[in-house]
Design a protein around this ligand. Sequence first.
Ligand SMILES: Nc1ncnc2c1ncn2[C@@H]1O[C@H](COP(=O)(O)OP(=O)(O)OP(=O)(O)O)[C@@H](O)[C@H]1O
Ligand SMILES: [Mg+2]
Length: 222
Amino acid sequence: MAGKIITIAQHKGGAGKTTIAAQLAAAFMKRGWRVATIDADPQGSLTMWSVTRNHRLADANTLTHVQATSWQVRREAERLSQENDIVIIDSPPHADSEASVAIRCADIVLVPAQPSALDIWAVKPTVNLILREGKQGVVVMNRVVARSKLNEMICDKVAMLDIPALSQCFGNRVAYATSIIQGLGAVESEPYSPAALEVQALMAEVCIRTGLKKQPREKKAA
Ligand SMILES: Nc1ncnc2c1ncn2[C@@H]1O[C@H](COP(=O)(O)OP(=O)(O)OP(=O)(O)O)[C@@H](O)[C@H]1O
Ligand SMILES: [Mg+2]
């Protein structure tokens, strides 16, 4: 059976697409799933993370990573989903056609948004693409500050979107950025940190929504 394809998309730049892609990839690998990532963003940030990871972990790195232009994304996603349990696609900002291709192949689309009205309003074009493609989309609130009055106000705005939000969000945490510099995820660099717990909880929600429950299979290090 083909693996699940998770696309991270959001037209707005800097929302946290690459951060979530890398953190989730690391968490799935740590659980023993076979994981591939596709960097569909010419900025190549996820590719830099993967190169750093390769340098750091060498033979212990089980991640398969490719960088793909928009016309290659679908083919690569289908190919990699035959050999992996999970394929995560990081898509570029401000790019309708590239985002459409990445969304079209997905089993689930995660849409990161930061807790501000401007960010929630900016989600609309991505939501429209998801609905047009008939895909399952969910908002992932990112850089949420605990116990802020703003959170309640934002919840109302999120509830008015045409896709639901995951109940788990990511806090505004240094551990996300510091793990990425090292080519790791927070689950690897700081396994007992709040960041690691958040990523694991987010992963569990994604598993439920995509029906990922079989036992992970072995993957040899690349
Ligand atoms: N939860 C978080 N806590 C702390 N910093 C974060 C968090 N999420 C993202 N960041 C930081 O915000 C910046 C933008 O994040 P990221 O590159 O993941 O966004 P993006 O949506 O992929 O951006 P782009 O649209 O340019 O591809 C980065 O410096 C990243 O380290
Ligand atoms: Mg990015």
